[in-house]
Design a protein around this ligand. Structure first.
Ligand code: G3H
Length: 540
């Protein structure tokens, strides 16, 4: 590999457009605890960008900042703050009216938007997300907050009435659960952290959130907005190594809800750390190995386009990415030729480059891991079929299309989470069906074909294996009002704008025998507005 290749991928400082430059490393020493932004004076974790620089001939990942390596002491301090703010459900936040909580969240969303440019810039530098995708992540998150507010208004309106059944009067609402620990993944460090944090908050829980290992600095511009928009202790942050800060939180038994998007291995460790697991509610988004099944009558051009998007958007670093393609034997050669052509056209470069699709990878040693997967497949009879596929330069890998992939190869079953696309050919539809059935994962599948009867034959068995069957399109989470979940090792609980309001709450009711005396009591509480729960107030 020539130096020109390095130079063609990684920029010198002066080549970075001015508005996207990081002038000097960002030393992020603050954490939010008990309504105050506290200064940390202890050890820091360096933040290395996936973007490399060459200084005096030495290539290294650019140092863009550092964040606090807090200890158990600060973690427990944030836990105390969140527990005090919740105060066994008697704190001002869990007892606040829905309208009141909505006003706080609206104030936060307003302040958040002032930080768009800074957060987008950090998304590019910290995880290598392209500028349009980083902007989309930010805007989608703001939209998600707005949609959550609307969904809560609807939910509250439905709960503003009494049910009278079998001589019993009841009012049923959703009440908060307690202290929620929210942890998002590195590939959507803003959006998927907020996709649990905002619903948890708005429903009256208090929250501790820990940003993922990669994608930490981008939360710093939002700390002030959190501090100013919510009562003290309602939102708190922890930073640092999981076993030092998250372990003590879970072991305390005082976390009521765990919202975690990451690996099932870590999720299992966290759940088992809780001394009373039956008390812990979990919302988990975990691994997936979504398959595309391309039937022989499929519109190949459409399948190629959707599979390229599905497998390689954000370098394949999406839990919903297509991570293996099953192509009917009769069309596999044509598909591979066209697919290689489509992949070859994906522009490689820096996140801010116009039209760029493939960018450097943020996870440590990721290119080494992906190369091992490719080598494993090669030793077992597969080949990289596209030009330059799998070429590595430091943190950068050109997408590799590997064919024919089959059982026994790591790429057949491991979630690669990167720019490597395994392709398998099939003759009998039972082969890919069996793959999906036997897989440890059960998130989504994509079916490509043009015969309604054949597709219908696949839909019914597939919907009992995965939680979304996509027809002639890639797998994806959106639109965010659709349920997003998975079977087996892929998820626990369902997220969508409205489902998230449910998973952070429990149905709770006030009930009374419909006697005259009880009617009088209930009427008096309502007309004199003595309770926020027992109330017929209607949000307009
Ligand atoms: O990483 C997993 C994400 O939830 C995928 O979401 O389909 O919107 O990219 P997406």
């Amino acid at each position: 590999m020539t130096d020109e290749f390095f130079a063609s991928i990684f920029p010198n400082d002066h080549m970075v457009p001015e508005k996207h430059r990081i002038a000097s490393p960002i030393e992020q020493r603050q954490y939010l605890c008990d309504g105050a932004i506290k200064e940390w004076t202890g050890p820091q974790q360096d933040v290395l960008s996936p973007i490399c620089e060459a200084i005096d001939g030495i290539v290294r990942q650019k140092l863009i900042g550092s964040y606090p390596l807090l200890t158990e002491e600060q973690a427990l301090e944030t836990l105390d703050a969140a527990c005090r703010a919740y105060d066994h459900g008697r704190g001002p936040w869990p007892t606040m009216s829905v309208e009141g909580r909505i006003r706080h969240v609206e104030a936060f969303a307003y302040r958040m938007q002032e930080q768009r440019e800074e957060v987008v810039k950090l998304l590019m530098w910290e995880i290598g997300k392209t500028l349009p995708d980083a902007e989309k992540e930010f805007d989608r998150t703001v939209d998600y907050i707005r949609d959550t507010i609307d969904a809560l208004k609807d939910l509250d309106r439905l709960s503003s009435r009494f049910v009278i059944e079998q001589g019993v009067i009841g009012q049923i609402r959703r009440a908060p659960l307690g202290v929620a620990l929210c942890m998002g993944p590195f590939n959507y460090p803003l959006n998927e952290t907020f996709a649990t944090l905002i619903p948890a908050l708005i429903m009256g829980n208090t929250v501790i959130f820990k940003p993922p290992k990669l994608g930490v600095l981008l939360h710093q511009p939002l700390l002030g907005a959190f501090r100013d928009s919510f009562p003290r202790g309602v939102v708190n942050t922890v930073y640092g190594e999981g076993h030092k800060v998250v372990g003590p939180l879970m072991k305390s038994g005082r976390i009521d809800v765990l919202a975690f998007i990451g690996s099932s291995r870590v999720a299992d460790v966290l759940k088992h750390q809780h001394p009373k697991p039956h008390r812990l509610r979990c919302i988990l988004g975990l691994e997936a190995k979504n398959a595309a099944i391309v039937l022989k009558d499929a519109d190949i051009d459409n399948a190629v386009q959707e599979c390229a998007l599905g497998a390689l958007s954000f370098n394949g670093q999406r839990c919903t990415a297509l991570k293996i393609l099953f192509i009917h034997k009769d069309i596999v050669d044509e598909f591979i030729t066209k697919f290689s052509d489509a992949v070859g056209k994906l522009k490689e470069g820096m996140p801010w480059d116009t039209g760029v699709r493939i960018t450097p990878l943020p996870e440590p040693d990721k290119t080494k891991y992906l190369t091992e997967l490719i080598d494993d497949a090669r030793t077992k009879g597969a080949h990289v079929v596209n030009e330059n596929g799998g070429t590595v330069k430091h943190t950068f890998m050109s997408p590799a299309i590997v064919y024919p992939v089959g059982p026994g190869m790591r790429l057949y079953s491991e979630e690669q989470f990167g720019p490597v696309v395994p392709i398998a050919a099939f003759t009998d539809i039972e082969e890919p069906m069996d793959y999906v059935t036997q897989s440890d994962y059960g998130q989504q599948v994509s079916l490509f074909g043009s015969n309604a009867e054949l597709i219908a034959d696949l839909i019914d068995p597939m919907v009992n294996q995965v939680c979304r069957v996509n027809i002639n399109s890639q797998c994806q989470r959106g639109p965010d009002i659709f349920p997003f979940t998975g079977r087996k090792d892929s998820a626990e609980g369902t997220l969508s704008v409205s489902d998230a309001l449910r998973v952070f709450t429990i149905r709770t009711l006030v009930a009374a025998k419909a006697t005259d005396a009880n009617r009088r009591i209930i009427k008096s509480i309502i007309t004199e507005r003595r309770s926020r729960f027992l109330s017929t107030d209607f949000i307009l």
